[in-house]
Ligand binder design. Structure first.
Ligand code: MSP
Length: 590
């Protein structure tokens, strides 16, 4: 059976329309998912929306609609955008989904029931009353961060009063008096991060984020408040009644759990699951047992939770510390996941505008939907994958999108396809003949001596680089794409050097001409496979025009990395007609 690969994204807040940052992350994960499918792996790609919380509650009130109606409308916008941008996920995580609500409650119950034999208390959860300053107008507790330079809370907070509030807390640190939860989560996390680094499989990619996370864990103090009184927050998942009435799950204990809920085979009630002892903390280890909930054939082939887990989480840098880097591993630990079952975090950077954060108040938020309408989804995908180094920030510039599209796709790739097929049609009635092997080899050797690195030599380099640059390390699609484009440029240079229009003048050159045209067509077939994760539509366009694998038209299975070896097109294969694949974007239109 094929290897499996489980990839997730952050689930986006549904209090506003999607922006370019959301689109970037989903496309990045989609490219990774497609790349793994290309390698022949069975992939489960999970994305979705984070629908609960105070902000949504307030925005819905402002809009005069019920919160569910409000989030449904915005969720529709996200789903439509992913459809438009060819983000091909296998399952949709929506936190208002009853399945998810049940899973969140089951997790809370499991932790609540995990009693310490000495104290009879839950090892992980406890209830505590806290006194603090509460803004009646904004309906939230305030911290010292909200105080002005004069030490006072400003007028924007309205009436601020001291209040007591009872809530549930999740242990991130060990209680010195009771010794609960029975292990020191903070020390465990530090050891775990170090062990993963030492084993060459860092918990966080890229590397520089590991140090950042480690420092934050060392400074960790206090526990995580995981509830809000229902009197204050209505729009959330109610706690199980065993906790007493009137509590709603607060933010991360709801959102993070989506990564478990929607995995095929997950049983939200922790029913008949394999129990295995967790060595360090003596906790139980669960494996799912119910049938697949997803819809892809990969999902049908792998219906158990253990087939997919652990995941690669693709997230932005702002939600590494503390949410994904601290809360999530400790939550998994508490739920009984072993160290070997911990996920990996791939942390991407942010798209900024002239070095500054995008924000509604500055009015500089970039709308991916409008850009996809203006330039097409492939132009946007290509720009977002080629003009940022994964893990780092970049500046979004529309002119740059146009510039890169025109230079790489219209001038290089589109041109190569067009010239190759036009010449094959004109000089050889559209038929690709391998030509004389000897001549073919001479052609390739001549190119190598001219330092035109292409064909059977170059394609090996390109594939290895694409492979090397992709996950299981840091996926650097920008440099992988540069490799593919320079391969394309070499092919264009090869056309100039071989001048098929001159070769076509003498019949004695026919087999030489054939070798040249075959080399070009074969290079295009390989290029299509290599770019297919980033540019699925263009890859299909190239295959269609090459008249190749027509029985799998429009299907992703048409592309396989294993097919990217020289000589795939059979001798005498009839090529198709050229049609412009990447029409130039005129700058006035931009
Ligand atoms: N709902 C939480 C995540 C819960 S995951 C269990 C959240 N939502 S968000 O809508 O604010 O952000 C979703 C993702 O978009 C995050 O990974 C965030 O880093 C990413 N981005 C938000 N703005 C971005 C840019 N300007 N650029 C790139 N990605 C950015 O956080």
């Amino acid at each position: 059976m094929a290897d499996t690969f489980f990839i997730t994204t952050a689930i986006d807040y549904t209090n506003g329309a999607p922006h370019i940052g959301h689109a970037y992350e989903k496309i990045l994960a989609d490219v990774l998912a497609r790349y793994h499918r290309l390698k022949g792996e069975d992939v489960f790609f999970l994305t979705g929306v984070d629908q609960h919380g105070q902000k949504v509650q307030q925005s819905a009130e402002k809009a005069g609609v019920a919160p569910q109606q409000f989030v449904d409308e915005i969720t529709g916008k996200f789903k439509a955008l992913w459809g438009k941008l060819d983000v091909r996920y296998d399952a949709w995580a929506a936190t208002t989904d009853p399945l998810h609500q049940e899973c969140v409650r089951a997790n809370l119950q499991k932790l609540w029931d995990d009693h310490d034999p000495a104290t009879g208390q839950s090892r992980w959860l406890y209830k505590k009353t806290q006194r603090g300053f509460y803004s009646v107008r904004q309906e939230q507790f305030l911290t010292d961060k909200e105080r002005g330079p004069d030490g006072q809370f400003g007028p924007e907070w309205g009436l601020v009063e001291e209040r007591d509030e009872e809530n549930f807390y999740f242990r991130l640190t060990q209680d010195p008096t009771t010794g609960l939860p029975g292990c020191d989560p903070k020390q465990w996390l530090l050891d775990f991060i170090d062990a993963r680094t030492a084993a060459g499989k860092p918990f966080v990619i890229p590397d520089f984020r590991v140090a950042e996370l480690r420092n934050a864990v060392e400074k960790l103090e206090g526990d995580l408040c995981i509830s809000r009184p229902a009197s204050r927050l209505k729009w959330g998942i109610p706690f199980p009644e065993t906790f007493g009435a009137g509590f709603v799950t607060y933010v991360w204990f709801d959102a993070l759990v989506n990564y478990i809920t929607f995995v095929p085979g997950h049983d939200p009630n922790y029913g008949e699951r394999t129990q295995a002892k967790n060595a360090e903390c003596g906790m139980t280890n669960d494996e799912g047992s119910t049938a697949a909930a997803g819809h892809s054939s990969s999902v049908t082939r792998h219906s158990s939770f253990a087939d997919w887990w652990p995941p690669l989480h693709v997230i932005g840098k702002d939600i590494l510390i503390p949410a994904h880097g601290v809360y999530w591993p400790v939550m998994l630990k508490a739920l009984g996941f072993s160290d070997a079952e911990m996920p990996t975090l791939l942390v991407h950077g942010w798209w900024n505008i002239s070095g500054a954060k995008m924000s509604k108040s500055l009015g500089n938020v970039i709308d991916p939907d409008a850009l996809a309408d203006k330039y097409g989804p492939e132009a946007l995908r290509y720009y977002l994958m080629s003009d940022i180094a994964t893990g780092k920030d970049a500046d979004f510039r529309e002119e740059r999108l146009v510039e890169i599209y025109n230079s790489d796709l219209a001038n290089k790739l589109g041109n190569l396809l067009n010239r190759t097929l036009s010449m094959a049609g004109k000089y050889r009635e559209g038929v690709a003949h391998v030509g004389d092997e000897e001549i073919g080899k001479q052609v390739r050797d001549a190119c190598a001596s001219m330092r035109i690195n292409f064909g059977p030599y170059a394609h090996v380099t390109v594939i290895t680089d694409v492979d090397h640059h992709s996950y299981r390390g840091l996926p650097v699609f920008d440099s992988a794409l540069r490799q593919v484009i320079s391969f394309t440029a070499h092919c264009n240079g090869f056309i100039e050097a071989q001048a098929p229009w001159k070769l076509a003048k003498m019949t004695s050159n026919e087999r030489h001409l054939d070798a040249v045209l075959y080399t070009l067509a074969e290079s295009l077939r390989i290029i299509a496979i290599l770019i297919s994760p980033v540019l699925p539509r263009a890859a299909h366009g190239i295959f269609d025009q090459l008249n190749w694998k027509m029985d799998e038209q429009g299907q992703e299975t048409r592309f396989r990395l294993a097919d990217a070896t020289w000589g795939g097109l059979p001798d005498g294969h009839t090529l198709g007609q050229p049609t412009p694949l990447f029409p130039r974007i005129e700058t006035s239109a931009a």
